[in-house]
Ligand binder design. Structure first.
Ligand code: AMP
Length: 541
């Protein structure tokens, strides 16, 4: 017997209709290139998104065409998020920190027809312009400086009347946007999101087991809108009617702190490196900013050191919530929260749990696989994490070589090595490609890094495998010291020895100025491995 419920599609049209009906006065604030704050309401945002949809049609954009965006986080980018799918095309957010080679590969692979670009990013465009071909390039400019042969975003919108727009009830499985992985191995691969996956992800993001959003929240995504949909924040906000603040190109700690205070931001999110920099500024100016409204710093993208959670809370009364996810997962996979039995436990116990990646969010299922098959959730057994759910990729876009990331029974292989404890707390121990395998045994570089970053003289630390004559691989630590602080190799190794078995301890510590980072702010260990590959075989090389 079938249920007798409407087969009603989950689409962004529904999200837009709800936002314009229920929350027309909600504010969206953007820090503009000249540092001034632009403010407008949800109702203006929807009106302009509709005009954009109409303008694209007039430009000849067809259903399913891919449209690139090369933009910082701002209100016009937000209009692209909704206006492009509103006329049936697919938004392709481009990572502006990638090199020309990767960018031109991605644009050509996705076959992007039109590019929307910030005026300030035009010099970057010059670096790959010759390798791509767009039918039109549309410039988003504060002052209206549009190079010859390109179109002005504002002029396009001004020519339309939003009353001419009609909502379409799309098939919920239709594509709305795509994003390429920043993968450090192989070519970047495209994840294609649908109306349905996006609405479901937004609902989970808003739930109490997600970010617990309500109408009083004001969200500031530090995470770029080109990195995994800014973690779903731009889609979750209009479901609930949250205020939004976009930082534009100003991601330095003082600019962000100023925006947090002035706009009374309640939730923000970004990768750990952002918060490591921010902690330093807060420590130096502990009373300069009133952040009393801030309830959650969502931190993920790479592992969050326990010391960072502790320092933010004990010194600045700010609550870091650790999350894990992937571009292929829309991206939320886990969010940390304490189960009721842990609420009254002592602080060290709580911190240990809060430093884990947390519990799976709704609609995500996970399992771990070792060499011999599926493993127990016992908190000890380490294996590759596999996931499935309605907002997890089932394939990569036009990428036959990506097929081996999906199991025959329909799970996605994350490439992360993890343990899961009996309460379902997930701990990411490593990327499969970053694991240190010493004498056939695995050593978790993430655990060692986190412990090193807990030392008061250490600003950043990366642990990685280098060749070793006897053990094939041994861990080496690269450390960046806090300004004005000092610590030697012996002191740091002794610090680790308190927590880890002897065979886990790095064979050496190298002190460097800065850890190389990927385009989305993660440690780029491949560069460290290459630089130091012979360090233990020929330590003076
Ligand atoms: P991306 O798709 O670029 O966001 O990269 C996803 C990968 O980032 C995951 O597979 C993990 O390896 C890593 N990652 C994301 N969040 C975390 C986290 N909280 N802890 C450790 N690794 C993380």
């Amino acid at each position: 017997m079938d249920g007798l419920m409407m087969d009603f599609p989950l689409t962004l049209s529904m999200v837009m209709r709800r936002a314009e009906l229920l929350f027309p006065e909600k504010e969206i604030v953007t820090r503009q290139p000249d540092r001034s704050f632009h403010r407008y309401t949800y109702s203006e945002w929807i009106r302009r998104s509709k005009k954009l949809a109409l303008a694209l049609k007039k430009l000849g954009v067809k259903d399913g065409d891919r449209i690139g965006s090369f933009c910082w986080n701002h209100y016009q980018h937000y209009e692209l998020y909704f206006g492009i799918p509103a006329m049936g095309a697919v938004l392709h957010t481009l990572n502006l920190r990638l090199g020309a080679e990767d960018l031109s590969y991605i644009i050509n692979h996705a076959d992007d027809q039109i590019l929307f670009i910030d005026e300030s990013l035009l010099p970057l465009f010059e670096k790959f312009r010759e390798k791509v071909s767009f039918k039109k390039v549309i410039v988003i400019s504060q002052k209206g400086n549009i190079p010859e042969g390109m179109l002005d975003y504002e002029e396009l919108l001004a020519a339309e009347d939003d009353k001419d727009f009609e909502y379409t009830d799309w098939d919920e499985n239709k594509a709305i946007s795509m994003c390429y992985t920043s993968g450090t191995t192989g070519k970047p691969k495209g994840t294609v999101y649908s109306h349905r996956s996006t609405v479901l992800h937004a609902m989970v993001c808003a739930m109490s087991s997600g970010l617990g959003l309500n109408q009083n929240d004001i969200l500031l995504p530090v995470v770029p809108m080109f990195h995994a949909n800014a973690w779903g924040i731009p889609f979750a906000a209009p479901l609930v009617g949250c205020g939004l603040v976009f930082p534009g190109p100003f991601l330095d700690p003082p600019s962000l702190l100023e925006a947090f205070e002035q706009e009374k931001v309640t939730i923000t999110g970004g990768v750990p490196t952002i918060w490591i920099g921010m902690l330093k500024v807060l420590d130096e100016n502990p009373t300069a900013y009133n952040l009393s409204k801030m309830r959650t710093l969502l931190v993920g993208g790479s592992a969050v050191p326990k010391s960072l959670i502790d320092d933010f809370e004990s010194r600045h009364n700010l609550n870091i919530v650790h999350a894990w996810g992937m571009t292929e997962m829309s991206p939320l996979g886990t969010i940390n929260s304490l189960k009721p039995r842990l609420i009254n436990s002592d602080r060290p116990t709580q911190l240990n749990y809060r430093a884990t990646q947390g519990l799976p969010v709704n609609l995500v299922e996970f399992r771990i696989r070792g060499d011999e098959g599926l493993l127990e959730f016992d908190g000890q057994s380490m294996g590759e994490l596999e996931v499935r759910g309605p907002y997890i990729a089932s394939a990569y876009y036009n990428s036959p070589e990506g097929a081996d990331k999906f199991t025959e029974d329909g799970w996605f292989k994350t490439g992360d090595i993890a343990t899961i404890d009996p309460d379902c707390y997930l701990e990411i121990k490593d990327r499969t490609k970053d694991l240190v395998k010493s004498g056939g045994e695995w050593i978790s570089s993430v655990e060692l890094e986190n412990a090193l970053m807990g030392h008061e003289a250490v600003a950043e630390a990366a642990v990685f495998a280098v060749a070793h004559e006897k053990w094939q691989e041994r861990p080496l630590a690269a450390v960046v010291l806090q300004e004005g602080k000092s610590a030697g190799k012996d002191e740091l190794i002794a610090h680790l020895a308190k927590e880890f078995p002897k065979w886990w301890l790095p064979d050496d510590v190298v002190f460097i100025e800065e850890i190389p980072k990927t385009s989305v702010g993660k440690f780029k260990k491949i560069v460290l491995r290459e630089t130091f590959q012979n360090h233990l075989i020929n330590p003076h090389s």
